[in-house]
Design a protein around this ligand. Sequence first.
Ligand SMILES: Nc1ncnc2c1ncn2[C@@H]1O[C@H](COP(=O)(O)OP(=O)(O)O)[C@@H](O)[C@H]1O
Ligand SMILES: [Mg+2]
Length: 349
Amino acid sequence: MRNITIIPSKYRNVTGGVLIGENIGGIPKYVYIPATDFLRHCIIVGTTGSGKTTTASTIVAQLSSYGAVLIMDWYGEYGNLLSGAQVVKPGRSAPIPIPSDEDDMVSIFEEVLELSSAQAYILQRVIDAYKPRTLSELIEYIEIYPTEAKWVIESKHALLRRVSMLLSKEKMFSIGDYRLFKLLKTHQPLVVDLSGIRNIILKRLAVVALLKAIELVKSAGGISDRVFIVLEESHNVVAMGKSLISRMLSEVRKLGIGIILITQSPSILGHSVIMNCNIRIVHALKSRDDIELMSRSIGLSKELTEVIPRLGTGMALVDSPSSTSPELVRVKVHEAAPLTSVITPKSGN
Ligand SMILES: Nc1ncnc2c1ncn2[C@@H]1O[C@H](COP(=O)(O)OP(=O)(O)O)[C@@H](O)[C@H]1O
Ligand SMILES: [Mg+2]
């Protein structure tokens, strides 16, 4: 009888694949997702501590071989999780770019500062007329904006109050300065550490401005590579269907930009945002609304839906275009990521 070598299915790879982990139940195998599927966006959901950040760092550690990686690091965690990453704290030498395109600038401030239409109108007029190059110039120009009618005076003061909050972190932002993107090299994820910004509005501004800026630079041909972007705490910047970012999701895929949205509250993102992500990774969820929303979006069986609240840390349901049905996966932590902190035993006795 001839000897037949059977390669265990576990070791079969899809060429160009990102290893997610091992499946649980059924024939044991490793679960891979083709890197290009990430250009059609990915959403990772789960309660705090369920394993979202670890899963994202496992993915981007591998995606960095396929394109540039930019991480919006809300809590400053990724520097420790990705050994080869370049960590940048936004500041004068590497400011967060605010797109100099006038319409982009207005829509970013309008959304992040929640401006009324009258305030947005004044801002639009000021930006069109004076083309500010710094935030202090912007504020200065609003101040000198001529005011005849009473509603203009009131709206102008309200606008000034909102825009003035930007001054406390002025050196972190720069209009039309895209130097930061020079650091977007392949094989080395760029981590933008936002943990130093305490104010949530400024944090949102940082994220929204960065995303719009990268879209602008990419569409102008300034970055030739694919770009994969990790967006932590995305419920803070992606409101139900109407935000800049939810609109961006459907527009940027043709530019070669893939976004990985991370959230503990998928209900805040809403069904259409979830449907715009072709890869869905579901860690443990507790809220019934969140569980039902994810189950409906993926089309899960009742059986698999019941599994969601009982998933252990690092376990997830993974649904991707290349798999026929959602799979239950134990996420494999990337080698560069330390599992838990190492406790050094005390010397002596
Ligand atoms: N796949 C995994 N295998 C082993 N440990 C994990 C895994 N995923 C997460 N952990 C551990 O669980 C804890 C919480 O993970 P984290 O990724 O920070 O969760 P989240 O981002 O959802 O809050 C961390 O200590 C992490 O090391
Ligand atoms: Mg996290």
